[in-house]
Write a new protein. Structure first.
Length: 157
């Protein structure tokens, strides 16, 4: 894929999926930045991270249709399944198979007037054809069930 076309597709994907890159909170390392007691006191980040890992495993398998079906209604309302699959084939598939994914880096965002939390996790991921930074934003209306609200992947800096 050529540079300008790729940049355009990445920008379009980020705009369509409402990535969490504009968040102004500090990012904290999910597993290294929290004590075990803090994680036990608030299991929410661990639940969101586990759900993100399960969803990323679907994406890693190349089953883009299933990744759309397993996503939140907000993601599904923002992009059709057909467009999602096409976008993943354009921006995700060229990286090839995942070989390693670092620990997630976490931020919590709760918007006034919204009855749910959004937790975004950033991962530095190594693929067969390069490295990338992935952002997965998870949303929950009850703090227990987390679904993918947005996803973006960009070449690692």
């Amino acid at each position: 894929m050529h540079g300008l076309k790729r940049i355009g597709m990445l920008a379009m994907l980020a705009a369509l999926l409402g990535g969490c890159s504009s968040m102004d909170q500090d990012w904290h390392k999910l597993w290294g930045g929290q004590s075990r007691a803090a994680t036990q006191a608030d299991p929410t980040p661990a639940l969101a991270a586990a759900a993100a890992q399960r969803w990323l495993a679907i994406l890693d398998s190349g089953n883009y249709e299933a990744s759309w079906k397993a996503a939140s209604p907000a993601l599904q309302a923002g992009v059709s399944q057909t467009d999602w699959v096409a976008q993943m084939r354009t921006v995700r598939e060229p990286y090839g198979a995942k070989t390693a994914r670092g620990d997630g880096v976490l931020a919590r965002r709760h918007s006034e007037g919204e009855p749910f939390d959004t937790l975004c996790l950033r991962y530095h991921t190594t693929f067969a054809h390069g490295t990338a930074d992935e952002t997965v934003c998870m949303s929950s209306d009850n703090g227990k069930t987390w679904l993918t609200k947005s996803y973006s992947v960009v070449p690692a800096q």
